[in-house]
Design a protein around this ligand. Sequence first.
Ligand SMILES: [Zn+2]
Length: 501
Amino acid sequence: MELAKRRGFIWPSFEIYGGVAGFYDFGPLGALLKNKIIQKWREFYVVREGFFEIDSPSIVPEEVLKASGHVEHFVDAMVECQKCGAAFRVADLAREQAGKDIEGMTKEEMDRFVKGHKVRCPDCGGELGKIFDFNAMFRTAIGPGSQRVGYLRPETAQGIFIDFKRLQRHARGKLPFGVVQIGKGYRNEISPRQGIIRLREFTMAEAEVFFDPGDPHHPRFSELAGEQLRLWLAKDQEEGKEQLTEVTVEQAVKAKLVCNELMAYYLALTKRFLLDLGIPNEVIRFREQTPGQRAHYSSETWDAEVLTERFGWVEIAGLAYRTDYDLSRHAQFSGEDLTIFSADKKRKVLCHVVEPSYGIDRPLYCALEHAYVQEKKRKYFRLRKELAPIEVGIFPLLNRVGMPEKAQEVYGNLKLKGFMAEYDDAGSIGRRYARADEIGVPYCVTIDHETLKQNDVTIRHRDTTKQIRVDIEKLPDVLKKLLNDEIEFDKAGKPIETTSK
Ligand SMILES: [Zn+2]
């Protein structure tokens, strides 16, 4: 986090005014990295799955969120300290002070639990008051006055559900079909204390997969049927067991551990996505939410979790079987008929939905943490090449005898060819390599005395610090092949002995 802040990946928002918990800025490198993660997500869901992407407003009128159940259910049971006035989520205090998961309890049961376990204010030790509901949506007014209540959306999904009629026409009635939305979501967290993990404004990437409830098959299920999944089943959690169940996607469906083919397929796709971010397989698991933890719209939810050093297990994505909850509620509240014909055109069906819903900020943190390497004097981000915000660093060895001019020429040419390149001429060459390592630049190009004589340059590999020499004319082509893993580093040019790192 120190490095990420110092080098411009992420930092607290509103810093010069003292900051506000639950808000983070993405700096120049963080914004690039975030866009690359979003792009990767699009490659999975829009390109590979062929889902439609839409972009709807983040301010939503109250009717929509009444229908979706968020006005009624998007609430946390809260409690206020009677001495210092600080407010807390009851479930958090119960977990911290009594080691018990009480999500799903009624308010009366929570009241008894708090008294029975002598749960106290974690700030001042004061006694806690009565439990009350707090809606976690940011409320606003649409237009002057307060005639029309609106909220900042708690999820992007509702924008998709309310466009269902137009979307299914766009899909020409074919089932299953999927729609995605990527954008900001808002949650007025009570006391976010986990940095970038618990944000009040965050970026979501959600997919709604609409299918005939009588036919929950994925047309390309066989592609991922053999993928291994590590599941932490709800029943094991309820019995206090830590053990994971390892099965293939196919076995998970056959043994009815997972509700249907579509859900199992998207669990596997989620795993593939996380692996592509450079998160190792050993730290990925899927936790089945217990009934008390599930959102009001879900009949089965799996959280994709990643183990981190700083925050423990972190939920990256939630995959929910939303059934026909949303469409039936919007049909009821809007008066529109949202049923469509089944594939055989014999029945009218109200589609069911499986929803893979991702946060983007959390996987970004996990990708950074798992890429961080500290070796003796070196520390660097071993980011996957396709995620590295800066692809190539350009350094003149010396700031004289024509090297800066030549280096500027190489730099300008690479930028024209579409490379995300950075020019650095400050300090010793060793310092410049170290700075590039710190932000995960996979390749650095140095212009030196030889360059001026024979028109070739040095390319240095971040992970091994090995160096090769390549002709300037071939540089763009070689870099492209290296970045796309189409050629081995040692074979991409003439290997050279390194004297400095
Ligand atoms: Zn207190």
